[in-house]
Ligand binder design. Structure first.
Ligand code: 13P
Ligand code: SF4
Length: 337
């Protein structure tokens, strides 16, 4: 099982401590957003207050689609680094800033470009499909990008006689193989949050709440997915809570999504799945580095900025654009049209 190591940033801590405690940060953020001509994009795994402040809150596909359309000077990305890089790839003339540059992702960090390049070379005839949870350099080595919203459709778009290499999430790869009936070579990466959900705890929760529906993200281990009544991306899991007649949901993904579930399906009950140590606080340590204070600082100082070298950006853009075209044809447009 992968472990997380987020390096300390004493300089950022010092800047947070130096914020005038009398400031109303929400008011300041609203003011600075106008002054700097910024749009705030937030992922569903962000703290509730950040989700509530955002102009757009969504899954990785919706946020990429929103970033591409953003007309403002600045994109403030409250999410993780690969999401901000994808925004820069799609909309390079905007300044892309993030609250905390250390907000990475175990999937992206576990698939370094040099090792991935060697892996691709070992599979010369394969179509390379890479999950959006990857660095810009890895995207630049890929034929197609996918998110958990469109992974099935992206894989199905590849001619049946063409072998596929999928990276970097092995559990998503296995789920897509089952769903599409396609064999794929895959990189053995995992998400440190989703790999830890306990199948045993789900069985116990189902026993305690017999009418509850188990909903799970496809980054979960196969043992968890076998127990799920419904599997989908964060946006699909949120939508499921209104579409299903169930009154109680056992939620096997990062608990940040429950904020939107409560909003769209008030009166229903949401039970986060504990990890294997029995804790129900299975939050993504990277996503949760972003705070209201750091969002304020990032808008005020327009830093830290996320940049992508132009040669890498141009190469990464192709597979990202292909994904957006296939998604649009399949009517998977999680943000606008
Ligand atoms: P979604 O695309 O479903 O929002 O997933 C992003 C992610 O990082 C899941 O861990
Ligand atoms: Fe990456 Fe997992 Fe965090 Fe999503 S939940 S950003 S896959 S570490």
């Amino acid at each position: 099982m992968a472990t997380v190591s987020v390096t300390v940033d004493p300089e950022l801590d010092r800047r947070v401590e130096a914020i005038d405690p009398t400031l109303d940060l929400e008011e300041e953020i609203a003011r600075l957003r106008k002054e700097k001509d910024a749009i705030i994009l937030a992922h569903y795994y962000q703290e509730d207050d950040l989700q509530d402040l955002a102009d757009v809150v969504g899954d990785s596909l919706a946020l990429a689609q929103a970033a591409k359309k953003a007309a403002s000077e600045v994109i403030v990305f409250a999410g993780v680094h690969f999401m901000a890089e994808t925004a820069k790839i799609l909309n390079p003339t905007r300044k892309v800033v993030v609250p905390d540059l250390r907000a990475g992702c175990s999937l992206a960090d576990g698939c370094p470009a040099d090792r991935f390049e060697a892996f691709v070379k070992e599979h010369p005839d394969h179509t390379v499909i890479t999950y959006v949870n990857s660095s810009a350099r890895v995207k630049a080595l890929s034929d197609l990008i996918c998110t958990s919203s469109n992974a099935r459709e992206i894989v199905a778009s590849v001619p049946a006689d063409k072998p596929i290499l999928f990276a970097p999430d092995r559990f998503l790869a296995k789920w897509v193989m089952q769903e599409t009936g396609r064999e794929m070579a895959f990189w053995p990466g995992t998400c440190i949050v989703h790999e830890t959900f306990s199948a045993k705890a789900i069985v116990e929760l189902k026993t305690e709440h017999p009418g509850a529906e188990v909903i799970a993200h496809p980054e979960c281990d196969g043992a968890v997915l076998t127990l799920a009544d419904y599997i989908g991306s964060t946006s699909k899991l949120i939508a499921r809570t209104t579409e299903s007649d169930a009154k109680t949901f056992i939620v096997a993904t990062e608990p940040g999504v429950i904020h939107q579930m409560r909003r769209v399906a008030p009166g229903k009950t949401f039970l986060p799945v504990p990890d294997q140590e029995g804790c129900s606080c299975n939050e993504c340590p990277y996503m949760r580095l972003n705070t209201l204070e750091k969002l304020y600082l990032c808008l005020r100082d327009l830093a830290p900025e996320v940049t992508v070298p132009e040669d890498i950006r141009v190469r990464a853009l192709l597979p990202v654009e292909r994904m957006l075209e296939i998604s649009a044809k399949a009517k998977i447009t999680n943000y606008g049209d």
